[in-house]
Design a protein around this ligand. Sequence first.
Ligand code: ADP
Ligand code: ADP
Length: 227
Amino acid sequence: MIEFKEVGKTYADGTKAVQNLNFTVEEGEIFCLIGPSGCGKTTTMKMVNRLIDHTAGQIWINGEPIMSIDEHELRRKIGYVLQQIALFPHMTIEENVAVVPQLLKWDKKKVAKRVDTLFELTGLNENLKKKYPSELSGGQQQRVGVMRALAAEQDVILMDEPFSALDPISRDQLQNDLIRLNGELGKTILFVTHDMNEALKLGSRICLMNEGEIVFIGTKEEVLASD
Ligand code: ADP
Ligand code: ADP
């Protein structure tokens, strides 16, 4: 689904952020990238939708080299949730959720139906639809961010520490939601975190990075056994 072969990134100032990255994220799995600040997690993730272009090796999505896919096309194929989810403040919650389907020019009925389905799936109260982001709690806003990432039915979703700004209870709930939604919807998720407990909870596999390189890839059981 997502394949990295000998991938590297050297920034314009000469910083070698990552090198020799080799891994495959299988369809339907939650693949967690974990490691200390500065080890190259965000760089790795952003190379997948070409927010950053890799400078060595090759990345494929569904068998297609990403360099041969138009950047905008690629970003439309891939959902994206950031740590600081930026909901659009002047749009209602339902408009926020519908942003990407609208960009993709889905017809109005299909968009409305999708929004309803997402509210059902995530268990967010329907009364929130017409509210604005500032009227929601941090946890609710983050849940809307996750909904938005799922809205356009993209098969691949990138998540960069989406829950790290939350209180422990909201965080735990959203982690459970994500596991459940992923089981139901079968998305392929590349998830960045610096929290080992989160990686162990969510990851079907965990990829440990340090100083721009992969140190270890394995299942939860393999990670726990390797220490
Ligand atoms: P992480 O997400 O694991 O914290 P990053 O991928 O953000 O790590 O950063 C990896 C390395 O690349 C760090 O040394 C960081 O300082 C460097 N880096 C990140 N962005 C840039 C940039 N635009 N220009 C130069 N160096 C960068
Ligand atoms: P374009 O530049 O192709 O007109 P945009 O860059 O505005 O389109 O966004 C299109 C795609 O980028 C969306 O499908 C979405 O997955 C992704 N994207 C980029 N940044 C964000 C973000 N902050 N929140 C959610 N999605 C984002």
